[in-house]
Design a binder for this molecule. Structure first.
Ligand code: SF4
Ligand code: FES
Length: 244
């Protein structure tokens, strides 16, 4: 695709559960350039062709995590996916798999965020001395930071959750995002949650339910490796805390 305008066909999932309608696909022809993102193409549809189209977005720079959708069958961020990189004359966009639909391309994140919250994604402390003294910091070595920092890059976009085959069949499974955040706090040297954290995911719907398909890590736009976090959590659950 050159820098000149070309046309692409967008095949867009449409569904409004509130009016009892049935899902359908609408086709729109959209002018695009080499640097047009899927989000920009959808905003062209909304601004020029059909203002009733519902999409969710905010930052347009792969930071807020709100524009996730299925694009040609894979979970991706619409603002981070160039039309030209898809090498396809027709692009199909659908709401994220494994999420209920609010309307059109907008997924309902209620369960997803509920599972995230259930992991207590904050430091649990017995000794609260540093928390109570505003002029004192927790100290951490570079090695301690490296144990969790990649998991802290999560933007809660839900792409890994949409890609997970276990989430698709077991709604009680927390999913790769929640489990990687559990590990992120569990392994943080400042956290004192320890066994209390593992307890939350120790039943048959928890960390042992993962079959290591690995699709979560393949689709993450921030380089987080939730499959690794789940393997490390499983090791902790089976063999106890490792310090190395
Ligand atoms: S782990 Fe990656 S794919 Fe999953 S929610 Fe976080 S940023 Fe998105
Ligand atoms: S709009 Fe914020 S991540 Fe895409």
């Amino acid at each position: 695709m050159s820098g000149k305008l070309q046309e692409v066909r967008l095949r867009v999932y449409r569904y409004d559960p509130s009016n009892g309608g049935r899902p359908r696909y609408d086709i729109f022809s959209v002018p695009v350039k080499k640097d047009t993102t899927v989000l920009s193409a959808l905003l062209y549809v909304k601004e020029k062709l059909d203002p009733t189209l519902s999409i969710r977005f905010s930052c347009r720079m792969a930071t807020c995590g709100s524009c996730g959708m299925m694009i040609n069958g894979l979970p991706r961020l619409a603002c981070y996916t160039l039309v030209s990189q898809l090498k396809s004359k027709t692009i199909t966009v659908q709401p994220l798999n494994n999420f209920p639909v609010v309307k059109d391309l907008v997924a309902d994140f209620t369960d997803f965020f509920g599972k995230h919250r259930a992991m207590k994604p904050y430091l649990l402390r017995i000794d609260t001395y540093e928390q109570e003294k505003s002029n004192i910091s927790y100290r951490q070595t570079d090695e301690e930071l490296l144990k969790y920092i990649q998991f802290a890059y999560c933007i809660r976009c839900g792409l890994c959750y949409a890609a997970c085959p276990v989430v698709a069949t077991d709604k009680r499974f927390p999913g790769p995002q929640a489990l990687s955040q559990l590990y992120r706090y569990y392994i943080d040297s400042r956290d004192e949650g320890g066994g209390e954290r593992l307890e939350v995911v120790s039943d048959s719907h928890g960390v042992l339910r993962c079959h290591f398909a690995g699709s979560c890590s393949q689709v993450c736009p921030k380089g987080v490796d939730p499959a690794l976090a789940i393997q490390l959590l499983r090791r902790e659950l089976l063999f106890g805390r490792r310090t190395g």
